[in-house]
Design a protein. Structure first.
Ligand SMILES: [Zn+2]
Length: 663
């Protein structure tokens, strides 16, 4: 990383020189030449001059958009819409050999689905013959071998920088998370299960049997969905990652189910595989209880029938009546995320993802952070040394890997779409299980590509691995656009510094350079750090979430700390960059204003246009609501007071001595 940074710094120097040259007058360089930014800056068009910036900067910056009857879509919305189209394009046009092969299989299935139907019937018949608990366990194991993952499946987790498995609920099968969330509603769950089971009528099942299957399937699916949703609560809690092995009884169930799933016995015995939530343990215990409770056998049997049909329905066009090729392919590749990530990246075009440029900015942020830590007046040298070590060793994953791991491309040689789907699912499980016990450092992109989706417009910091990833959708147009003022780039790059600073927020600061939970703080420094956190939370609690309802600064503390550090760091880097380019005085100030307006643009969200939607969002997010991400931050910025003439009588005003300074 350090070696890389040297190269990046050299490159930046070259670019800076070019800009300076182009700003001087032909052969007659003038020392005090005024440097200006001539690139377009569209984000001042929504300013509402009737609002005092010091009262509500979010509304000042975006007022015209907030009040517009016909608002243009926000960047987040534009990206979301573009990504949906992107998936369709990639599925229809990718020239990856496997994609070509799969498209042919889809076309064949649409012309004649008899082979797919025969294979599906064969599997359903195997399940119909299940009568005893033993037969049920055999069927469960068989379905796992075929990659259907009934009840539970494995996903990777990384405590202390090493990959282990989490056995999690499968909830929603092949669906994306947001679709799954929709089924929190019991009526929708019933509708979904009924709709899938109804397709069995086309395979000769009678109505009575179908409603029996639906009833049994729904009973299990309800518990499973609860367990699936519950685990996201758990994933938010850092302590579960370092939790000691579950008690013996849990472990016995976990090992038994793990064996049925075909997982490695040694890994199971050594706690490299865990099941984290009570809901999942309850599901697994019920499954193992079926030997003593024969009435559970038909319930699980019917659930498995539903499990198969809900995943395979896409391979048999007559069952859905749907003939959208891209949709079918997208469903098939749901679990083969690494391969899909690869297909999407290449279809989109690496050159349209600003990987190199963003990595250079991020490396610059790392160095700036280290300089800022060295200059802190509230921290001792010993703690500074630890913070520096952690900052220096943080791993960065930007966009996509330099080279793809060909070993992770599935091999498909089945003679029909359903056989291919089975192989795809089997290989997806294999990819994950082969990562167990490896260090994130050694399989970084294999992990990130497998755990994420190309189209997720997001970025993450993982404190248990001291690593961060910025997903490709975040570093493409319209959010990163080199045709616009560089101020817009640095405002978007606040996300990089935000993720970086998560390593040093209230939770992140409890993990060391290796991602181990460890107290590297001198006691007096820790006390000062905690006082600053309390002061920051108190400032955010002074803001309104929506009219009449105050925000809860304690609930959003980690995110507010990352926002705070992120903006400080990004603006510091941007200022350095401007000064290198020769910007001074008013021209420099002008750029800082552009940076603030661009930062408001990043958090321009549709939810802000409706009090009703804001009310719905209350208490559901660990982030501050968008307007507070802007207003809460601005009132900590000394430059902002100066540039917008903010006075003590303005609503957002904070006295200089009360403006919290952390990093
Ligand atoms: Zn965050």
């Amino acid at each position: 990383m350090r070696k890389y940074f040297m190269a990046a710094a050299a490159l930046t120097l070259i670019m800076t020189t070019t800009v300076l040259t182009s700003c001087t007058n032909d052969d007659d360089p003038v020392i005090n030449e005024v440097v200006t930014d001539d690139k377009p800056f569209p984000y001042d068009s929504e300013i509402d001059e009737s609002v005092r910036p010091g009262d509500d900067f979010y509304r000042y910056a975006l007022g015209k958009w907030l009040d517009s009857d016909d608002p243009s879509p926000s960047m987040a919305k534009q990206i979301k819409m573009a990504n949906q189209q992107l998936v369709v394009n990639a599925m229809n046009t990718s020239t990856e050999p496997l994609m070509v092969q799969l498209r042919n299989l889809v076309d064949e299935a649409m012309a004649d689905d008899s082979r797919n139907v025969a294979l599906l019937r064969e599997r359903l018949q195997m399940l119909e013959q299940v009568e005893t608990a033993e037969q049920m366990y055999d069927a469960f194991a068989k379905l796992h071998q075929w990659g259907y993952c009934p009840l539970v499946r494995v996903t990777p987790l990384i405590p202390e920088g090493r990959i282990i498995f989490n056995i999690m609920g499968t909830g929603g099968k092949t669906m994306e998370m947001d679709t799954v969330m929709a089924f929190k509603d019991q009526n929708k769950l019933t509708e979904k299960v009924t709709a899938y089971c109804q397709t069995l009528s086309l395979l000769g099942y009678n109505d009575e049997r179908i409603s029996e299957i639906a009833k049994n399937a729904e009973a299990v699916e309800k518990v499973e969905l609860g367990a699936y949703l519950e685990q996201f609560e758990y994933l938010r809690r850092p302590e579960f990652l370092t939790r000691a092995a579950a008690d013996d009884e849990d472990k016995a169930v976990r090992v038994a189910v793990g064996m049925l799933m075909g997982l490695d016995r040694e890994a199971l015995e050594n706690d490299l595989i865990m099941a984290v939530t009570p809901g999942i343990m309850q599901l697994m215990a019920q499954l193992m209880n079926a030997a003593e409770h024969p009435e559970l056998v038909p319930v699980f049997r019917d659930y498995m029938i539903y499990n198969i049909i809900s995943q395979d329905v896409y391979c048999v066009p007559r069952l859905t009546g749907k003939t959208d090729r891209a949709d079918i392919l997208n469903n098939l590749l749901h679990y083969n995320k690494y391969f899909k990530y690869r297909v999407m990246t290449e279809s989109f075009g690496r050159d349209k993802i600003y990987k190199q440029q963003c990595l250079e900015i991020l490396e610059r942020m790392r160095q700036t952070f280290i300089q800022r830590v060295e200059a802190l007046d509230w921290m001792s040298d010993a703690t500074k040394a630890e913070a520096r070590k952690k900052a220096e060793s943080m791993l960065f994953y930007m966009g996509y890997p330099d080279t793809w791991n060909d070993a992770l491309t599935p091999i498909v040689d089945g003679d029909c779409l359903l056989a291919a789907a089975t192989q795809l699912r089997q290989q997806a499980t294999k990819v994950i299980t082969e990562m167990v016990n490896k260090k994130l450092n050694d399989v970084g992109w294999d992990y990130w590509g497998t755990a994420n989706s190309f189209v997720a417009d997001n970025a993450f910091h993982m404190k248990s691995a001291n690593a961060l990833i910025i997903l490709p959708a975040w570093i493409t147009k319209p959010r990163f656009n080199n045709e616009l003022s560089e101020a817009t780039l640095y405002a978007s790059a606040c996300t990089f510094s935000h993720e970086f600073c998560h390593g040093f927020d209230d939770g992140g600061a409890q993990y060391d350079a290796d991602g181990k939970e460890s107290d590297w703080w001198a006691p007096a420094d820790k006390q000062a750090f905690q006082q600053k956190q309390q002061a920051l939370a108190a400032l955010y609690s002074q803001l309104e979430f929506y009219p009449g309802r105050m925000a809860n600064g304690l609930q959003t503390l980690s995110e507010d700390m990352a926002d705070y550090g992120g903006v400080e760091l990004a603006l510091d880097c941007y200022k350095q960059r401007l000064i290198e380019q020769g910007f001074r005085d008013e021209q420099l100030d002008e750029q800082i204003k552009k940076f603030y307006l661009s930062y408001a643009e990043v958090w321009k969200y549709e939810t802000e246009r409706s009090t009703e939607q804001l009310e719905k969002a209350y208490g559901n997010d660990s982030h501050s609501v968008p307007h507070n991400r802007i207003n809460g931050m601005m009132r900590l910025q000394d430059d902002w007071y100066r540039l917008y003439d903010v006075k003590p009588t303005d609503k957002l005003y904070v006295a200089p001595e009360d403006r919290v300074k952390i990093w």
